[in-house]
Structures are given as structure tokens and as C-alpha cells.
Design a protein around this ligand. Structure first.
Ligand SMILES: Cc1cc2nc3c(=O)[nH]c(=O)nc-3n(C[C@H](O)[C@H](O)[C@H](O)COP(=O)(O)OP(=O)(O)OC[C@H]3O[C@@H](n4cnc5c(N)ncnc54)[C@H](O)[C@@H]3O)c2cc1C
Ligand SMILES: *[C@@H]1O[C@H](CO)[C@@H](O)[C@H](O)[C@H]1NC(C)=O
Ligand SMILES: *[C@@H]1O[C@H](CO)[C@@H](O)[C@H](O)[C@H]1NC(C)=O
Ligand SMILES: *[C@@H]1O[C@H](CO)[C@@H](O)[C@H](O)[C@H]1NC(C)=O
Ligand SMILES: *[C@@H]1O[C@H](CO)[C@@H](O)[C@H](O)[C@H]1NC(C)=O
Ligand SMILES: *[C@@H]1O[C@H](CO)[C@@H](O)[C@H](O)[C@H]1NC(C)=O
Ligand SMILES: *[C@@H]1O[C@H](CO)[C@@H](O)[C@H](O)[C@H]1NC(C)=O
Ligand SMILES: *[C@@H]1O[C@H](CO)[C@@H](O)[C@H](O)[C@H]1NC(C)=O
Ligand SMILES: *[C@@H]1O[C@H](CO)[C@@H](O)[C@H](O)[C@H]1NC(C)=O
Ligand SMILES: *[C@@H]1O[C@H](CO)[C@@H](O)[C@H](O)[C@H]1NC(C)=O
Ligand SMILES: *[C@@H]1O[C@H](CO)[C@@H](O)[C@H](O)[C@H]1NC(C)=O
Length: 555
């Protein structure tokens, strides 16, 4: 730890006497170390009332006298933006729950006939509704001083539940949404932050962002930290390739701005080295691009012959290379009965779009004789944003209990292992994100902390399991076994490929290598340099191997 950061800590509060870095365990709610009476001091130092997060369904309980509007819970359960607006809510509610050793699931369910009580599960108990870097500095200082189990939460979209933890103290960044457009940005200049699309489009520009129904993913939290993929990535790169400057609060309390000119090692790590590992990001400046006319290609096939479905998926895998190198990006869905996808071609002419999809069209048509009934279509739109609004501005897709795994399939893997991979993808009812290849492969793998597997990849395939709430721990274990089976089968076929940190599983094989590849050791040294208090730890994050399974005690 350097002298400056020590001074910064002192400037915020008293000297730090205890921290997890020394030894032992973090303090969680319910333990005698919990600083219950000290929170009033914290309250006096932050801009907003402290928050007391509750599970998403808590308004429906107690059943006799619901504490809030249960109608709203029932109506909005699947809405990603509603969930993101609730400090205790996770997009996948299974991460709000906790399963005890004896198999009891501590939870709060939407379906109120399942359980008579509503318990806190893995939802944090108290926290700061941060509105500024100062609020975050204060919160971080408090957490370090009292050795608290800390989580950082933005939208709660994380697929490994990294933005929630039982008995924890939360820094909630969801309300930091200030956006500034700067037509002549110079590094170490104006900050920009969350939720960008409308504002950017107001300026006739486009930028690389995530896609979800209603636009519920944050633009500057976990999405960026893990890599940040977009349908636009084959043309413009990933989120990490478009971030020009990032500001962050460290565990020392110090506020730092980094870009390629200053604190460049931290800038490198924050771009792909994982969320909640180095510090808390308070703002990000992104590059934007001129708005361009955009093509949309849609494809759908209904299939009655499973072997033909596998053949079609094998072809689709092989075509990922050409599609993405031509600049197409988008999303697809695979089952034994139906295969569909929609992809965007920014700044592509009608003619190029037609030529570029012709070989695939022909390949698909060649399977008609085996019962593949397909239809495809090209649309031309004046801008990417027109299509974005058409497809993503509404709808709901969250609120399901889900666990997923993914693989970043390399050019080599889709060319040589497509038959075996297609069998797994049909079996797991996969989805795929055509968000690599093209521009993503042209960028120097060592330009960001991001997993180098991204630079060799042409597509990201995703397998997952989901279940109804109320499912027993034993049955959920069964689902997880299935997930582990796909993980192993895919890993064995593609041992040199990796996986995307943000859409992975708690059960990835060899997770350090899988998520960070050859960058793992460098990321660890940067983490140790900038997080000397070891305040930031998340499942399968860099450095988490130093912690026990529930990430509360250091080895
Ligand atoms: C419906 C849906 C659609 C998705 N679509 C895409 C997509 O198009 N592209 C894509 O790449 N991914 C996508 N994802 C995955 C997404 O990138 C991850 O869920 C990501 O973790 C979300 O980050 P968040 O900040 O919004 O969520 P959170 O769950 O709040 O945070 C995720 C992680 O980042 C940490 N974190 C959050 N904010 C900060 C901060 N300010 N500083 C430091 N750490 C922070 C948290 O502690 C946690 O570890 C999607 C997920 C869902 C559920
Ligand atoms: C409860 O939520 C429903 C659905 O969102 C809404 O229509 C209704 O006005 C709310 N009632 C109260 C009392 O806020
Ligand atoms: C299961 O364990 C939890 C936590 O230890 C405990 O509260 C609960 O009573 C136990 N339930 C049963 C049925 O043993
Ligand atoms: C709610 O749970 C009960 C009890 O498990 C079950 O019988 C019922 O089908 C569930 N309702 C819904 C809508 O899932
Ligand atoms: C948002 O950004 C603008 C422009 O930089 C600034 O004037 C304003 O104070 C910021 N608001 C907050 C809450 O940070
Ligand atoms: C199913 O498709 C395969 C090609 O994948 C073909 O060899 C087989 O004859 C087809 N079966 C039927 C019943 O059409
Ligand atoms: C769009 O494509 C044309 C022709 O390939 C190219 O000259 C132009 O620079 C591109 N425009 C943008 C904004 O990318
Ligand atoms: C696709 O098939 C059409 C008609 O059979 C043929 O004219 C065309 O050359 C084929 N194109 C490609 C790229 O295979
Ligand atoms: C596939 O089947 C669905 C109904 O299940 C239908 O709506 C769709 O039009 C079919 N697609 C094709 C290409 O035939
Ligand atoms: C491209 O196709 C669209 C219809 O899909 C049409 O409106 C537009 O004029 C075409 N552009 C050119 C340059 O031919
Ligand atoms: C996937 O494979 C497993 C094991 O062979 C099998 O039990 C399951 O039915 C298959 N699922 C699908 C959708 O083909």
C-alpha cells in the first residue's frame, strides 16, 4: 500500500485498525462483531438513507398482512428493470436464496403457497445507496474499518450471484446513472456513466453495449469488468475495447482515474479482469461511433429429424467464422425441434448482406430433404438504434431460477469439432451469442486484461438449467449435475478455448485458466497491488482461491 492511499483513508475517517488482509474471517450480520450501533455514524456521512435490502417477493409477506404491494411483485416478477430497481433483488432469484447443509432452502418465494415464511437467504442486510464517489469512499472505509463482508451491486444481473451475499453490507451503485456526452474527449476528462443508448442516439452516435429486454444491464459495472459483449462487437469490439477511461474507488479509499496514460496496469485489469475485484468503478468513458444504416438478417428452421438438427447446428458453427468476419453479430437459439437466430450488419449494403448470407442459405436449403423447413429474411434499417428499439426496448426475460455455462469457441474448434459440439448444443437446448470474431479477433490479446480466448473465438455458446421455485435441493442438485455434464463434455472437446466470466458457472473446470487464460497471474499481481486490504472478493474472481467456499474466511 502506498503512502498516498493511506492518507486518503485518513482523510475520510479514523485510522484503519482491522482488515481482512491480516487474517481470519469477515464479519457478517448476526455475529457479535456486527457493528449494529455504529451504522448511525455511517448514516451521517452518506448522501442517502441507508438501505435495508429484502428479497424480491418480501412485499407479499407475512401472508396475513403483506408488508407491501404483492400485486406489484406478481405483475413485475420477470421484468429486469423492476428487479434492478430493488436493492435486494437478483435477476435470477435462486441467487437470493441459500441452501443449508441439511438441504433446507432459506428463501422468499413469489408463489406464496410454497412457504409460510419469507427469509433473507443470501440477500445483504444493510448498505449504501451510492450517488457519488464520496459515498463509495465512505462506505468502503466503513467496511474496511469494521471488517465487513462487502458486496458491490449494480443491477443484480450476475449469473453467479456475485452481487449478493448472506449477511453482507452492500454498496449499491444502481442509482449512479449520470451520462455526459463529450464530442472532444481527452483522457482524464469528463466522466460518463450508466445507461447510454438513448442519450448517445440523441447525438446521432452509437456505442457498444449489452442487450437485454428493456435494456436492464448496467453499462459500467459487471458487464464491462467481465468483457462486455454486444451484437455490435464483431464490428466495433467488446466493451473493454471501447472504454477509454475508468474511475474507481480502491479499498484504501483512494479515488483513482486510469487510462492508457496513467495507472495503466489497473486500467488493463479493469477491462476484463472481473467485477468487484480491484475496486468500485464510479464512471467510465466510452468511445462512440457515427450512426450507420444497419442490416438485420433473421433465420428460423423447424426440424423433425434430430440428426438433421445436429447437422444444421454443425453447419451453423462452421459459418460463425464467416458471419462474424463479415461484421454480423447477434443471437441464436438451438433445440432439436427449432433453430433460429437474428443478426445485425452495421454499415452493410443490401448487396453485401445478400452475398454474405447466401452460402449459409444454400447450406440450410440443402437439408430440406431431411425435414429442415426454414425461412430467412433480410431487413434494412436506417440505423442500429431503430433495430435496437424494435427488438430490445420492451419485453421481460428475467426472474427465472437459472444457472448457465458458456464456451468461447475458437475458429479451430468450430472448424474441427463441430459435429461433437453440435450434439452437445442440441442436447442442452443451447443459445449462442454471435459476439466475437471480426473486430474482436483483430485486437491485440494483450491490450486488455480480458481472457485472450476471446480473441480466438468466433462465437459464445451457452447451456443452462432452470427450475421452478419450490424445487427441492435434491432436485436442484440433479439439474446441476446435468450442467456439470455439459461443462465437462465441452471442456474435454475444447480444452484450449475459454469461457466468458459473466455468463459462466460456479462449476467451471479449472476456472482461473477458463476465465482468464494466460492473464491470470498478471491480474493477480495487479489485484494485490491495488486491493491491499483484500476487501473485494467474488466467486471465481481473481484471488478468490485464497478464500473459503462462502468467501468469508481467508486461508
Ligand atoms: C438478461 C441478461 C442479459 C445479458 N446480456 C448480456 C450482454 O448482452 N452482453 C454481456 O456481455 N453480458 C450480458 N449479460 C451478462 C452480464 O454481463 C452480467 O450479468 C454482468 O455481471 C452484469 O453486470 P451488472 O453490473 O449489470 O450486474 P451486477 O450483478 O450488479 O454486478 C455484476 C458483478 O459486477 C460487480 N460490479 C457491479 N458494479 C460494479 C462496480 N461499479 N464496480 C466494481 N464491480 C462492480 C458486482 O459486484 C458483481 O460481481 C446479461 C445478463 C442478463 C441477466
Ligand atoms: C400495486 O401494484 C400494482 C401493479 O404494479 C399497481 O397497479 C397498483 O397501483 C399498486 N397499488 C398500490 C397501492 O400502490
Ligand atoms: C436446517 O438448518 C438450518 C440452518 O442451520 C436450521 O435453521 C433449520 O432449522 C434446519 N432445518 C431442519 C429441518 O433441520
Ligand atoms: C405454487 O406452489 C404450489 C405448492 O407447491 C403449487 O401447487 C402450485 O402449482 C404453484 N403455483 C404456480 C403458479 O406455480
Ligand atoms: C452529472 O454530470 C454533469 C456534467 O458533468 C455534472 O454537472 C453534474 O453535477 C453531474 N451530476 C452528478 C449527480 O454527478
Ligand atoms: C435424418 O437426417 C439425416 C441427415 O442428417 C438423414 O441421413 C436421414 O435419412 C434423415 N432421416 C429421415 C427419416 O429423414
Ligand atoms: C461505412 O462503410 C463505408 C464503405 O465500406 C466506409 O467507407 C465508411 O467509412 C463506413 N462508415 C462508418 C461510419 O463506419
Ligand atoms: C447458392 O445457390 C444458388 C442457386 O442454387 C447459386 O446460384 C449460388 O451460386 C449459390 N451461392 C453460394 C454462395 O453458394
Ligand atoms: C415453425 O413453427 C412455428 C410454430 O411452431 C411457426 O410459427 C413457424 O412459422 C414455423 N417456421 C417455419 C420456418 O416453418
Ligand atoms: C436496400 O433495401 C431496402 C429494402 O429492404 C430498400 O428500401 C433500400 O432502398 C435498399 N437500398 C439500396 C441502396 O438499394
Ligand atoms: C441429453 O442427453 C441426456 C443424456 O444422454 C438425455 O437424458 C437427455 O434426454 C438429452 N436431452 C435432450 C434434450 O436431448
Amino acid at each position: 500500500m502506498n503512502v498516498l492511499s493511506a492518507i486518503a483513508v485518513l482523510a475520510i475517517g479514523g485510522p484503519v485498525t482491522v482488515w481482512a488482509g491480516s487474517s481470519g474471517c469477515l464479519c457478517a450480520y448476526g455475529e457479535s462483531c456486527w457493528p449494529a450501533s455504529t451504522f448511525s455514524q455511517l448514516q451521517s456521512q452518506v448522501s442517502q438513507p441507508l438501505i435495508y435490502p429484502l428479497p424480491s417477493a418480501s412485499a407479499c409477506y407475512p401472508l396475513s398482512h403483506p408488508s407491501g404491494n404483492c400485486t406489484a411483485v406478481q405483475a413485475n416478477w420477470l421484468d429486469g428493470n423492476w428487479r434492478a430497481s430493488i436493492p435486494g433483488s437478483m435477476e435470477a432469484p435462486n441467487f437470493e436464496t441459500i441452501t443449508f447443509q441439511n438441504g433446507t432452502i432459506d428463501a422468499c418465494y413469489r408463489n406464496t403457497s410454497i412457504a409460510g415464511t419469507c427469509d433473507q437467504g443470501s440477500v445483504p442486510v444493510i448498505g449504501v445507496d451510492a450517488r457519488s464517489a464520496e459515498d463509495i469512499q465512505t462506505a468502503v472505509h466503513f467496511a474496511v474499518q469494521h471488517n465487513l463482508k462487502l458486496v458491490v451491486k449494480n443491477t443484480g444481473h450476475d449469473f453467479l450471484g456475485r452481487s449478493t451475499a448472506r449477511g453482507s453490507f452492500v454498496v449499491w451503485t444502481h442509482n449512479m446513472k449520470n451520462i455526459t456526452y463529450n464530442s472532444a474527449f481527452v483522457p482524464q476528462g469528463a466522466p460518463a456513466s450508466e445507461t447510454y443508448e438513448a442519450a448517445v442516439n440523441n447525438y446521432g452516435r452509437l456505442m457498444v453495449g449489452g442487450s437485454s429486454a428493456g435494456g436492464s444491464i448496467g453499462s459500467s459495472g459487471g458487464w464491462l469488468a467481465g468483457g462486455g459483449h454486444s451484437a455490435l462487437s464483431p464490428n466495433y469490439g467488446l466493451g473493454v475495447d471501447n472504454a477509454l477511461e475508468i474511475s474507481v474507488v480502491l479499498s484504501s479509499g483512494k479515488f483513482l482515474t486510469e487510462n492508457k496514460y496513467q495507472n495503466s496496469d489497473l486500467f488493463w485489469a479493469l477491462r476484463g479482469g472481473g467485477g468487484s475485484t480491484y475496486g468500485i468503478v464510479t464512471s467510465v468513458t466510452y468511445r462512440t461511433y457515427p450512426s450507420v444504416p444497419t442490416q438485420l438478417y433473421t433465420y428460423q428452421a423447424n426440424i423433425t429429424n434430430t440428426s438433421a438438427a445436429v447437422e444444421l447446428v454443425g453447419g451453423l458453427l462452421r459459418f460463425q467464422t464467416q458471419f462474424t468476419d463479415d461484421g454480423w453479430g447477434g443471437y441464436g437459439f438451438i433445440s432439436a425441434q427449432q433453430i433460429s437466430f437474428f443478426i445485425f450488419g452495421p454499415n452493410m449494403t443490401n448487396e453485401t448482406a445478400m452475398t454474405s448470407t447466401q452460402a449459409w442459405h444454400n447450406f440450410s436449403a440443402s437439408l430440406t430433404q431431411f425435414g429442415v423447413v426454414s425461412t430467412d429474411k433480410l431487413y434494412h434499417a436506417p440505423s442500429w438504434y431503430t433495430l435496437y428499439q424494435l427488438i430490445f426496448s420492451g419485453g421481460v426475460e428475467n426472474g427465472q431460477n437459472v444457472m448457465i455455462t458458456n464456451r468461447l469457441l475458437s475458429r479451430n474448434s468450430v472448424a474441427t469439432k463441430y459435429v461433437e459440439l453440435a450434439e452437445i448444443l442440441v442436447n442442452c437446448t443451447a443459445s449462442f451469442n454471435m459476439v466475437a470474431g471480426g473486430k474482436v479477433s483483430q485486437i491485440n490479446p494483450n491490450s486488455a486484461g480480458l481472457n485472450p480466448a476471446w480473441r480466438k473465438a468466433v462465437t459464445e455458446t451457452v447451456c443452462g438449467v432452470s427450475w421452478d421455485e419450490g424445487t427441492s435441493a435434491v432436485d436442484i442438485e440433479g439439474m446441476i449435475s446435468q450442467l456439470k455434464g455439459w461443462i465437462k463434455a465441452t471442456y474435454d472437446l475444447t480444452p484450449n478455448d475459454g469461457a466468458y466470466f459473466n455468463e459462466g458457472s460456479l462449476f467451471e473446470i479449472n476456472w482461473q485458466e477458463t476465465f482468464f487464460g494466460s492473464h491470470c497471474a498478471t491480474l493477480k499481481s495487479i489485484k494485490d497491488k491495488y486491493d491491499p486490504y483484500r476487501l473485494f472478493v467474488v466467486a471465481e474472481g481473481v484471488g478468490s482461491e485464497e478464500w473459503n467456499a462462502d468467501l468469508t474466511c481467508r486461508y
